[in-house]
Design a binder for this molecule. Structure first.
Ligand SMILES: Cc1cc2nc3c(=O)[nH]c(=O)nc-3n(C[C@H](O)[C@H](O)[C@H](O)COP(=O)(O)O)c2cc1C
Length: 218
């Protein structure tokens, strides 16, 4: 099989799993690979405004079952259940931007730098990220990149997954806070995703034809 064929196979192989086999576990090696793919994901300005909570607390899982209607079939049998958090208030002079600049990208943080000015201009004028909600949604959008990368990596390793937006954000955040799992001043819930092994056939893809979604502009 050539690489092109292999990629298309992985894309067809990944599907939103509705029934997991609760007895089948993901190996540590596979799980670490999926998490490493998440970590290596790209983000706007390299800010990686995300955190991944692997939920292993059974009481918390029970509470989530009631609040996350879209996650119930995952919670019933998936080996891994992840909540992806997005950073709040990701402004150019925020602690997170400072941390990424200094500790990750290894250049000292200067509030008067060209980088800070660029990020300020981009947020204010280009994308109009001018309030808490728009800033959170911008960070939340970034989290869908590792989300997709993790699911594709899983499919490549023959592991099933399901992305999950079927939940009430406020309720889930309150629940996570109850378990001291999140500092809501800093983080909000973006999206969830489950991984495991299916107990059903892979659903064939239903998609729009290429000519409906793809246009070459000359
Ligand atoms: C962002 C996002 C949120 C989703 N939320 C849920 C969900 O809460 N529960 C669920 O069972 N499926 C959920 N899905 C799965 C979609 O329904 C599914 O991906 C879509 O119908 C296409 O099918 P396929 O993934 O099997 O190809 C979600 C998918 C995405 C991308």
């Amino acid at each position: 099989m050539d690489k092109n064929e292999e990629l298309i196979n992985v894309a067809n192989r990944r599907y939103a799993t509705k029934k997991y086999n609760p007895d089948k576990k993901i190996s540590d090696k596979d799980w670490q690979t999926i998490m490493e793919v998440a970590r290596l994901s790209p983000s706007s300005m390299g800010l990686s405004p995300w955190k991944f909570l692997l939920i292993e607390n059974d009481d918390l899982k029970k509470d989530l079952y009631n609040e996350a209607w879209g996650a119930q079939r995952s919670l019933d049998g998936a080996d891994k259940f992840v909540i992806i958090l997005a950073k709040k208030n990701l402004t150019p002079t925020s602690k997170h931007v400072q941390h990424i600049s200094e500790d990750v990208q290894n250049h000292s943080f200067d509030p008067n730098s060209a980088f800070v000015a660029k990020l300020q201009d981009f947020q204010k004028n280009d994308f109009k990220l001018n309030d808490e909600r728009t800033l959170f949604d911008w960070a939340s959008k970034q989290t869908y990149i590792p989300l997709a990368n993790m699911m594709d990596a899983a499919a490549y390793l023959d592991i099933d997954s399901c992305p999950i937006e079927g939940f009430n954000r406020e309720n889930v955040e309150k629940t996570l806070e109850k378990y001291n799992a999140v500092d809501l001043k800093e983080w909000g819930v973006s999206v969830m995703v489950s991984f495991g092994y299916r107990d059903q056939e892979i659903t064939p893809k239903k998609r729009q034809p290429m000519d409906e979604i793809y246009k070459v502009i000359k």
